[in-house]
Design a protein. Structure first.
Length: 273
């Protein structure tokens, strides 16, 4: 049982810390409307909490296998080691953040393709976004991120402390941008993904949903033409046409007939053309 102890302890500590911080933020922002806000997101919050515990406690030991294999296969390229050791520490950290976000950006875009949407739809199903929405991931989606997100960081030989620092910042920023706050971050929103920009990514509109894929910075969205200014869409409605599900329903979502029917339709259209 010790293999489950550390992930469980780490997960519970993280949830306690983030819950305290973002719970206080919600209280400050909602004030008299806090009870209504809690009631509005309570069912989906429980679903998200269930998925969080399922992914990060029960399945965490299984995720260590592919992550360890990737680290072992890539190793630490010696050609880059001396370079990063000679670089000013803040530059190495910024580089790690940018590289991390670059990989996450493209992995996220892939998840919006017909092939991977069935495992990513769970994340978009929240109709009442809140800080724990960031953890609303199907186990298949979580596994995909484990397999893809750090490979380039390792290939470039970035220091472990910089990779860890970038992961920490990305994690907390992920909680922040899923909060139910109408913040565009002003001039800082030109560089950083804001809560408003990410809420636009969750909008219940399939065309606009294909924007603002970044987690931390706007650089890659702007460079690859997917950034949309969130100002006209503040407090937009979120969710997907397929609707939200409970914990078990979200685990079974990728196997729903609707997704396979869409694939068959797309495949048939391609063959006809």
């Amino acid at each position: 049982m010790e293999i489950f102890a550390d992930p469980a302890r780490s997960t519970l500590l993280t949830l306690a810390a983030t819950g305290l911080v973002f719970g206080l933020l919600a209280l400050v922002m909602k004030r008299g409307g806090i009870l209504a806000a809690i009631n509005r997101c309570s069912k989906e919050f429980l679903t998200n909490l269930g998925l969080t515990l399922f992914n990060l406690v029960l399945l965490a030991p299984l995720f260590f296998v592919p992550e360890g294999a990737i680290r072992g296969a890539i190793g630490t390229p010696e050609v880059f080691t001396s370079f990063w050791n000679s670089v000013y520490a803040p530059i190495a950290l910024v580089a790690a953040i940018l590289v991390f976000d670059f990989v996450v950006y493209w992995r996220h875009r892939l998840e919006h393709t017909p092939l991977l949407w069935p495992i990513h739809a769970t994340h978009h199903a929240d109709t009442a976004m809140h800080w724990l929405t960031v953890m609303r991931k199907h186990p298949f989606s979580k596994l995909l991120s484990v397999c893809l997100d750090v490979w380039l960081l390792l290939l470039l030989g970035l220091p472990e402390w910089a990779v860890g620092g970038a992961a920490f910042i990305r994690s907390w920023w992920g909680f922040f941008i899923h909060c139910d706050v109408p913040w565009t971050l002003g001039i800082f929103g030109r560089v950083l993904i804001s809560p408003a920009a990410h809420r636009l990514h969750h909008i219940r509109d399939e065309a606009l949903m294909g924007s603002n894929y970044g987690n931390t910075v706007t650089l890659w969205d702007k460079l690859f033409g997917t950034y949309v200014d969130p100002a006209p869409y503040v407090d937009c409605e979120t969710g997907i046409a397929e609707g939200t599900r409970g914990f078990v329903g979200e685990l079974l979502r990728p196997f729903e007939r609707r997704y396979w029917s869409k694939r068959e339709e797309v495949s048939g259209e391609a063959e006809t053309a």
